[in-house]
Design a binder for this molecule. Structure first.
Ligand code: ATP
Ligand code: MG
Length: 517
């Protein structure tokens, strides 16, 4: 590139006026603006005021050295090229000057062309330097902006990634991607649901190991359904790593994953929902049963009430007969049986009455057991053959209850035990009471026919019975309606009692009740 005439501001520091003037004239003729001074201090003033492009400085000034200007420029971080003028050809001084940052040096006397050449180069160097600095400035500005932009984009990408992760990984539904039947991606929820680690499942795990497609549909058929309807939906059973069963809703559709056709799916755990539905059904059934019992209760009260008048008439007549025929002993027996019937009727009426007015008293289980056994003495089956053992804990704590709730429950349980021993050779009834800090225990044990395993869960159901409804001629054969234990359960649930039944077919049954104190 052809060099362009470079004009600029040149400062000459020299204590020899004649030299200074010659320099200045020569340079000005060439179009430069020049400034001349003989001292460093003056030179500094000029530099501070004006924009100097090049400095010529004599190395030997009056008391000082032209080199001092170099330290000043360095201190002020001014990039002005300095050409040192030296009187003798002392190479050491010249080299030192360059080391200190001088642009060049010249030796007096100078040929004018060399001076001009140096001046032009130095000015050009300064300009280039300035341009370079400008470009550097622009570059660093640009880099700075670029870095900022990159940082901003990175934050945006990270934010996007974070959102995606939160959405997919923290999602409440299980998300997965399948290649054929092998899992390629699962989210955290999916892994948690099936109790595996993400890594285990993402290692080409076969999905049929953990999801059973309920209606025997093949994966090929599923793919066909997705192709036609764009999705597949079904309720399926899941099996976790720990063999727990899950009820799941499964949705499948097709996607392109890693440039291949794949299947994406979501699963929603509906195990809890199913459980609640089942519980609700059970509760509805319970309510229906309670309703049935209530109706039977009303009927029984009606029957009991209507029996009361004929019974009291009968009692009156027997008393009359007793007076007329004091010799007939059987009349007294009839009288006592009528009294028993009246008592039963009274109990029924009391019970229904109590259902409206609930009053609890301190009840002692030992007393009730003794009463019930006395009451049963009249039962022929009982009299003939059943051995009774009472193992009642001394000073047993009372429980707060309505007396007949407990007595009728116990009676039903004992009657069942007697019925169960009807055909057994060995008939033993053992009633035990006990207590600890929290509970009072009542056990009724028999050596009867036992309860078949499949029946145990039904014995409290209303109308569940294994006995005929009517006797087939043999008056001592047990009959039943299947309401005994249903009413026991209903009467005792109010006391938060717990039941436990142990039974071996043909060996006997133990019926245990825990009453919270
Ligand atoms: N101790 C027991 N030994 C063997 N089976 C029993 C015993 N207790 C109850 N069961 C079984 O439970 C069923 C239901 O008993 P529950 O007392 O409710 O009705 P039931 O005795 O058949 O009729 P109901 O008590 O109304 O006269 C009985 O039919 C019997 O099969
Ligand atoms: Mg019964």
């Amino acid at each position: 590139m052809a060099s362009v005439a470079v004009k600029g501001n040149i400062l000459i520091i020299d204590d020899e006026k004649s030299v200074r003037m010659t320099f200045q004239k020569l340079l000005e003729k060439e179009g430069y603006t020049t400034h001349g001074t003989e001292s460093i201090n003056n030179a500094i003033e000029i530099i501070d005021k004006r924009c100097i492009d090049v400095i010529f400085a004599d190395i030997v000034l009056n008391q000082t050295s032209g080199l001092e200007i170099l330290s000043y420029l360095k201190e002020q971080q001014l990039a002005i090229p300095v050409i040192i003028i030296t009187g003798q050809p002392d190479m050491n001084t010249a080299a030192e000057a360059v080391k200190l940052g001088a642009y060049d040096y010249i030796i007096k006397p100078l040929p004018p062309f060399k001076l001009l050449h140096l001046a032009r180069n130095a000015v050009e160097k300064k300009r280039l330097n300035e341009e370079w600095q400008q470009i550097e400035g622009l570059k660093s500005d640009y880099m700075h902006r670029l870095e900022k932009e990159v940082a901003l984009q990175t934050v945006k990408i990270k934010e996007g990634e974070r959102r995606y992760k939160t959405l997919i990984e923290q999602s409440l539904i299980g998300v997965f991607i399948l290649m054929d039947l092998n899992l390629r991606f699962v989210n955290v929820k999916f892994a948690e649901l099936f109790e595996y680690s993400k890594e285990q499942l993402e290692d080409d795990f076969n999905i049929t190991k953990i999801i059973r497609f309920n209606n025997q549909v093949t994966f090929k058929e599923i793919k066909e359904i997705i192709r036609k309807k764009s999705y597949y939906f079904s309720e399926v059973t899941g099996v976790t790593c720990n063999n727990r069963e899950l009820h799941l809703e499964l949705w499948l559709s097709h996607i392109i994953y890693e440039e291949k056709l794949a299947t994406q799916g979501i699963v929603i755990d509906i195990t809890e929902r199913k459980r609640l539905q089942l519980k609700q059904k059970e509760m509805e059934l319970d309510l229906m049963n309670q309703y049935k019992l209530a109706i039977i209760g009303q009927l029984a009260t009606g029957v009991a009430h209507n029996l009361k008048n004929p019974l009291s008439n009968l009692l009156g007549y027997t008393e009359l007969m007793h007076k007329k025929h004091p010799g007939i002993k059987e009349i007294a027996k009839i009288e006592s049986q009528i009294k028993r019937m009246t008592h039963i009727v009274d109990t029924i009426m009391r019970k229904t009455h109590r259902e409206h007015a609930m009053y609890t008293t301190n009840v002692n289980l030992n007393e009730i057991v003794r009463d019930e056994i006395t009451f049963l003495e009249a039962n022929l089956d009982y009299k003939h053959g059943v051995k009774t053992t009472l193992m009642l804990k001394e000073d047993l704590s009372d429980i707060k209850a309505i007396y007949s709730d407990i007595s009728q429950s116990l009676q039903n349980i004992i009657l069942n035990a007697l019925d169960a021993m009807y055909l057994q050779n060995e008939k033993r009834l053992t009633i035990t009471t006990d207590e600890d800090n929290i509970y009072v225990y009542l056990n009724v044990q028999d050596t009867g026919c036992g309860i078949a395993r499949e029946n145990i869960e039904h014995i409290f159901d209303p109308f569940f019975t294994t006995k005929p409804l009517h006797s087939s001629g043999n008056s001592s054969e047990p009959v039943g309606t299947g309401l005994g234990l249903a009413s026991v359960k209903q009467l005792l649930t109010a006391y938060n009692t717990q039941f436990h039944i142990e039974s071996i077919v043909n060996e006997g049954t133990t019926f245990m009740i825990k009453f919270p104190k």
